[in-house]
Design a protein around this ligand. Structure first.
Ligand code: NAP
Ligand code: NAG
Ligand code: NAG
Ligand code: NAG
Length: 321
């Protein structure tokens, strides 16, 4: 019963977004020659499509991935499709503070500039509770805390390259799956569910963007977050494992979803828009969907919660050391 309900809910959400938003396509022809972009989780899904587009625009694209084999295969593909050879793989596991510090150290030592940082990697609705290397709940650890540390460690390089941009991939799940930020139980130690854990991590992404936009108000670094739409990517793998449907039903679900849900290229459009659109040069601290400013939930606009979350996150990742 509950699995059938999940099945129906997924379908209903997909149809709803299809009817409300349809498809969007970013049409701008901005070039990024001489600019450098970092994309986390660029080996598949939305991140890979964004990497292809930005490479086509002439950028140096650094793909920050956790798997060497998947990353290398993707970089070959991205070079091949975009015709740009200036695409490189650097290893980054957002579930390890150590790996994040090593990655940032390497970037800060070797890269001359950083024009766009795209925080895209994410884990979705992990059915079972588990922790990262540093003992954080997995989704909060990877989706929020990992990107929190990464962004802070790259801020000086972004400042040096001003005007520069930070693009944060979040989700409507910040609204549909949770009502407010649970700062008392950030790691879901008291109670865990895959859906609320995911919702909280995506709400944290927006609160982080809000607080950082305030901290950067005297600079020319902008930070905005976005919902990419409901997109067919590898994200579904966890949900599929959890649903445990017979193969024919799973095929039926995939087929039905494919009509209403975007493909990864369409899902990447709002990322691309936030990364390159000239008219957004001084827009910061906003939430986007379909290449337009959208309204995040009230909980995501709570400035007190944003400040508190920042302070807690800073301690958890040992930012000062
Ligand atoms: N698809 C949707 O409908 C949808 C809707 C709303 C929001 N989003 C958001 O869109 C973003 C991209 O999702 P997607 O749909 O493209 O998912 P995806 O196909 O599963 O891609 C996720 C990417 O994140 C990487 N990743 C996961 N854990 C990591 C870690 N510890 N360190 C480094 N990289 C890690 C994955 O690497 P591996 O391949 O090695 O696992 C993969 O490259 C996510 O932030 C997600 O929350 C997606
Ligand atoms: C792209 O890949 C195809 C098929 O693997 C190959 O035939 C082609 O030469 C490649 N193109 C470039 C520019 O590397
Ligand atoms: C948690 O993750 C680790 C490392 O990926 C894995 O070895 C372990 O089996 C997982 N534990 C649970 C309870 O899923
Ligand atoms: C904002 O967040 C704080 C801290 O979590 C909470 O105490 C407060 O009630 C919230 N304000 C609103 C208007 O929801």
């Amino acid at each position: 019963m509950s699995k059938l309900r999940i099945f129906i809910v997924i379908l209903a959400i997909a149809i709803y977004y299809f009817l409300i938003h349809g498809r969007c396509e970013y049409k701008g022809d901005e070039r990024l020659d001489g600019k450098t972009v970092i994309i986390t989780g660029a080996n598949t899904g939305i991140g890979k499509e964004a990497a292809i587009d930005l490479a086509r625009r002439g950028a140096r694209v650094i793909c920050a991935c956790r798997s060497k084999s998947r990353g290398e295969a993707a970089v070959e593909d991205i070079k091949n499709i975009s015709g740009n050879n200036n695409v490189v793989l650097k290893m980054l596991d957002l579930g390890s503070l150590n790996s994040i510090r090593q990655f940032a150290k390497d970037i800060n030592a070797k890269e001359e500039r950083l024009d766009v940082l795209i925080n895209n990697a994410g884990l979705v609705i992990c059915p079972n509770y588990n922790t990262t290397e540093d003992g954080f709940e997995r989704m909060m650890g990877v989706n929020h805390l990992g990107h929190f540390l990464l962004t802070n460690l790259l801020l000086d390089l972004l400042k040096k390259s001003q005007p520069s941009r930070i693009v944060v991939v979040t989700s409507e799940a910040h609204r549909t799956l949770v009502s407010e930020m649970d700062l008392e139980d950030l790691m879901s130690e008291k109670s865990y569910s895959g859906t609320s854990g995911y919702g909280h991590s995506k709400l944290a992404n927006i609160l982080f963007s809000l607080e950082l936009s305030k901290r950067l108000k005297d600079t020319s670094i902008t930070i905005n977050s976005l919902h990419p739409g409901a997109v067919m990517t590898d994200l579904g793998r966890h949900i599929e494992d959890y649903l445990h449907l017979p193969p024919f039903l799973l095929e039926a679900l995939r087929w039905t979803l494919s009509i209403f849900v975007r493909d990864a290229r369409q899902g990447a459009q709002t990322i691309i828009c936030l990364a390159v659109d000239k008219s957004l040069q001084s827009v910061s601290g906003k939430y986007f969907a379909d290449c337009e400013i959208s309204r995040e939930s009230a909980a995501a606009r709570n400035e007190t919660a944003a400040k508190l979350l920042w302070d807690i996150s800073e301690k958890l990742v040992n930012l000062s050391t």
